[in-house]
Design a protein around this ligand. Sequence first.
Ligand code: GZL
Length: 304
Amino acid sequence: MSLKKIIAAAIVSSSAIIAGTASAQTIGFSQVGSEGDWRPAFSANMQETASDYGVDLKFANAQGKQEEQLRAVRAFIAQGVDAIIIAPVVVTGWDQVLQEAKEAEIPVFLVDRDVDVEDKSLYVTRISADFNLEGRLAGAWLAAESLGDCKIVELQGTTGSAPAIERNGGFQAVIDQFPAMEIVATQSGDFTTEGGKRVMEAFIKSTNNLEGICASFAHNDNMQLGAIQAMKEAGLNPGEDVLMVSVDYVPAIMDAIAAGDANASVELRSAVGEFIYPVILDYLENPRELDKWIVIPSDLHTAN
Ligand code: GZL
């Protein structure tokens, strides 16, 4: 379903609410957690816009633990909600609980992240950005900036999460085109500022103060912000001696780019309730096969 159709559906569903003809839908939302800056913004948008669509949102924050997500989804099933939204912390371990939702005839919508399940009928659709594209955009920008010659340190997101797997995949696919571009060190900072700082401190130690390192690619801005802290504490110049590219484009990285401490970030939209709710409400009105993935655009931002 194109974004245009989603927005058209939004107009239909919101006018129905204004006209008072639509009944409130109860939707359970199992959210990964509240790590970093992007996820809280995403959660706030979902919670603040729910009433615009006449949705009674039951929000469950799993604090990064899959077992808490599974518990929340089972509670939504027991409550008999009209639909379930899941932002799955990692791709594996979802088959059983999705089967239980299917048997309870409660439609499941994936948002943000992804699951790795054989049976795609276990969810209606996934509404998210294209993480592989985000990795490619970051890789292409770096290839241009470094003229295809760059030794890179990579700060990976949560191990086993779709964004970590796919941002690395997209980035690697681009730099593989350039024999002189290579990721020489990679480690997970779990999408947090503290994690990014810890990983960069380790890289600084293992590379003799980032000797010969041309760039830092971080799967999200928060880890890059932690890396910037670590580099400055080591007397290095992030954004000048080392090119800094990451993903999310949260306000704090905008400030870092403006200050010259970072160079580029691929935007991951956090105000996505306007895409997610219309798809779900439209489906509940008219259940049918949907495309398995509805993509939200990503754009690269730099200083100039
Ligand atoms: C990607 C999202 C990632 C963000 C991070 O869609 O799942 O999780 O890039 C967040 O900031 O932790």
